[in-house]
Design a protein around this ligand. Structure first.
Ligand code: ADP
Ligand code: MG
Length: 140
């Protein structure tokens, strides 16, 4: 196992319901360290670029509208196997399929408004962290 970093986003459905602290407790209790964090309002262009891999999917337009419907919290999480570990803590994309105790099981409103984003591989984690954070913001 190696120490990794992954990009996490607390999505607008969760910031709207004041769930940032409860979600952060899930990460910290699950062995991840929040090494960078900022609350921002994404622009449409930023959301479209961030989710560019899903551009051809039928839900793309709705997903972008949702992601700019309110503030998000951008985070870098660090720990052993952080990319896979974070995805375990988040739970399945569709909350109906998410395991007990996961963030999406407890907090997600729907398959779209599912409270959190987490990178899915080392390459995407590095790209997504660099998309939102400057090196000077990552102090470990
Ligand atoms: P994950 O966030 O678990 O990595 P994906 O990368 O497949 O999932 O999808 C990105 C995001 O797009 C999801 O988190 C969710 O917000 C949204 N999404 C995925 N599938 C659907 C769907 N069938 N309908 C609506 N929104 C979806
Ligand atoms: Mg994904």
């Amino acid at each position: 196992m190696a120490v990794e970093r992954t990009l996490s986003i607390i999505k607008p459905d969760a910031t709207r319901r004041n769930l940032t602290g409860k979600i952060n407790a899930k990460f910290e209790d699950g062995g991840l360290r929040i090494v960078a964090q900022k609350r921002v309002q994404l622009s449409q262009a930023q959301a479209e670029q961030f989710y560019g891999v899903h551009r051809e999917r039928p839900f793309f337009k709705d997903l972008v509208s949702f992601m700019i419907s309110g503030p998000v919290v951008l985070q870098v999480l660090e720990g052993e196997n952080a990319i896979a570990r974070n995805r375990e803590i988040m739970g399945a994309t569709n909350p109906a399929n998410a395991a007990e105790g996961t963030i999406r099981k407890e907090f997600a409103e729907s398959i779209e408004a599912n409270s959190v984003h987490g990178s899915d591989a080392p390459e995407t984690a590095a790209q997504e962290i660099a998309f939102f954070f400057a090196g000077i913001e990552l102090v470990g």
